[in-house]
Design a protein around this ligand. Structure first.
Ligand code: GTR
Length: 427
């Protein structure tokens, strides 16, 4: 009897906690443009000790690093200094898309620990010469990106869902191809691009466990049990994982390692931006509906805010970020600086009209407020007003669109990324 009462009380508590998570996000959330507060963005083109950055050389040799360190110190955290070995092995390869492409499964082992590995799935058109390639994390396992029966199901922790059903935080066959609409292999291969994907939970499970799982522990010094205040959270770890995938892609003769575009949706869009900012080898950086902690300006406090994201996802950022909960104006950085860090490489930001939680206007404005840095490289300026829905705008190095519809990554979004990539290649 007492066990039953306990189970019942436990259930009620769980339901209360869950509904608290859902409703607690909403009070105080602004989705009304007229209520966006006045704010001043931190100056990108001013050295920390005063003086203006007037040349690309001055940006690249000094100011860029100041901005990078400020973003790492306060938002994403630094990669720890300790070196961890990473080994790659092509486990298998086979033909797909009626012989139009080759698919490879690459096992990436971290820290010489055979239990700590990720599976990178690389699909490239069958051509004589190396191809440009998109690289992006998926949310539920490589097998969800395609109906291909040869793609293994991840053994890593996955978030349980009703559709496709998962139980006990383990993926299963029901998920095969479930997110295929987000991964247009056929169209990309036809356009001459490769597509590499990896399950983000293989690198670091998206659950707050005080950083005991995934790759974090491999980086601890003796006696250390969690990252230091300005060391990485999960987004930093995921971004590092993308760089390791790039290491592999650079070594793969079928891929043109100088032309790898990093892409991500939502939390994985935040991740692709941080990866593109951290690793200057990435050719193009693409953020799809990345929102707070991604492309959206934090100071607008529109939709998801710094306080909300840190409360609901305490493991995503570094430990210092929550100090700015409700105090966005005191942040030494804002997200336009993240865009600036990508210059003079190309960056594309995409929003969706119904995705107010991610603040579409704020996503555009961070790209626009990076005008000064991109101008140092001759890039034309973006207008203060975002373009109309479904009308992409491209300056040269920067692209933006707001797709009609909800929070998602669709074929329309990918078509714009392919066009943008082609524009960069044709330069
Ligand atoms: C939401 C979160 C967003 C975004 C999204 C996602 O719950 O508030 O910041 O990352 O998840 O990744 O799907």
């Amino acid at each position: 009897m007492s066990i039953r009462i306990h189970t019942f009380v436990g259930l009620i508590l769980l339901v209360c906690m869950m509904s608290d998570q859902v409703t607690a996000q909403r009070p105080g959330i602004n989705q009304d443009e007229t209520k966006v507060p006045d704010f001043t963005l931190p100056e990108v083109l001013e050295f920390s000790d005063g003086g203006l950055v007037e040349t690309a050389e001055a940006w690249q040799s000094k100011r860029r690093m100041e901005v990078f360190n400020a973003m790492a110190d306060n938002v994403y955290g630094h990669v720890p200094k300790r070196k961890v070995s990473v080994d790659f092995k092509v486990v298998s390869s086979w033909e797909v898309l009626d012989g139009a492409a080759v698919r490879k499964l690459v096992k990436i082992v971290f820290g010489n620990d055979p239990t700590n590995f990720a599976n990178l799935l690389v699909t490239v058109p069958k051509t004589e010469s190396p191809v440009p390639c998109f690289l992006g994390y998926n949310f539920q396992g490589n097998h969800t990106t395609t109906n291909d029966p040869r793609v293994p199901i991840t053994d890593s922790w996955v978030r349980d869902r009703e559709s496709p059903p998962t139980k006990g935080n383990r993926a299963n066959e029901a998920g095969r191809g479930a997110s295929a609409s987000r991964w247009p292999y056929k169209e990309l291969v036809k356009a001459g691009y490769g597509l590499a994907t990896i399950y983000y939970g293989d690198v670091d499970p998206d659950i707050h466990d005080e950083f005991k799982n995934g790759i974090h522990p491999l980086f601890y010094e003796a006696g250390q049990t969690k990252p230091r205040e300005t060391e990485w959270g999960s987004i930093g770890a995921w971004a590092w994982g993308l760089s390791r995938c790039l290491d592999y892609l650079e070594s793969d003769a079928s891929v043109d390692g100088k032309h790898v575009a990093v892409v991500g949706h939502s939390r994985l869009g935040k991740t692709s931006l941080w990866a593109g900012a951290s690793d200057e080898r990435f050719w193009i950086t693409i953020s799809n509906n990345s929102g707070c902690g991604g492309a959206a300006l934090s100071r607008r406090k529109f939709g998801e805010t710094v306080a909300v994201i840190n409360r609901v996802f305490p493991h995503w950022f570094c430990d210092r970020f929550p100090e700015f909960n409700g105090r966005e104006n005191e942040l030494p950085v804002d997200q336009h600086m993240l865009m600036a860090l990508i210059a003079p490489r190309a960056v594309y930001v995409a929003s969706a009209t119904k995705d107010l939680w991610a603040d579409p206007r704020g996503e555009y404005l961070s790209l626009q407020n990076a005008n000064g840095v991109f101008a140092l490289y001759g890039d034309p300026t973006l207008d203060v007003d975002p373009p109309a829905a479904d009308s992409p705008v491209i300056t040269g190095l920067r692209g933006y669109h707001s797709r009609t519809g909800k929070h998602d990554i669709t074929l329309f979004d990918w078509q714009q990324y392919v066009k943008f990539a082609k524009r960069q290649l044709d330069k």
